[in-house]
Design a protein around this ligand. Sequence first.
Ligand code: GLP
Length: 250
Amino acid sequence: MEILIQPSAASATQLAAEMIAQTLRANPRAVLGLATGHTLEPVYARLAQMHQKLLLDFSGCRTFNLDEYIGLPAADPNSYRSYMNLHLFEKVNIARHNTHLPDGMATHLDAACADYEGRIARIGGIELQLLGIGLNGHIGFNEPPSRSDSRTHVEELSPETIRHNAPQFASPARVPRRAITMGIGTILDSHRCLLLATGAEKADIVAQAVEGPLTGQIPASALQTHFNCTVILDSAAAARVEAQVQTVIS
Ligand code: GLP
């Protein structure tokens, strides 16, 4: 696991966006795994800027998002489809048919999960999987306790995650209780993982994820077993990471 610590959230964001852009420049048909959450909003803003100012080309790229709420139509402002449209897809030249999210409105949810796995496999797997981290260590919506070999599945959201995600909704009661998420095994199959965490709120969970024991109680700790995983942190999120593994790039 490579851990890159940046002095500020802005420079951590910039580095993450640059790595995604490099992947796209090297392979314009790259398959990108995307994630949602506040942490990633400035990354998408930077990518949109790179598209406008530097002509970063998304026309050949294919994307698969980690997760989607169950029971929210795509047009609901809180669906992850709406999030992606707002923050990235409407701002770059990506073809909408090349963007994939799990179908949280499917009648047969298990079939929708299997279909998502099949689509990822048929396209040849994910080249770069972008990740945020939840306060309880979840990646995607893999809540503790998680299994390191899980595939795309239906997950019950934890009370902590519901609380954390509630401010976007009219009331906490409106937060969906379930989501479809890629499994930890699905995420670990990606050729490269890139986890971004910023802010002091994430310092404890980041240290447990990158230096603590491998445990389903901290789903993100499974990333320690990935052969090509980069973790980008700002100094606040890195505050509890042991000094010897810190690399400062300015
Ligand atoms: C949601 C998403 C996760 C994301 C997490 C952290 O729960 N399903 O993929 O990592 O939020 O979000 P934030 O960046 O807002 O802290």
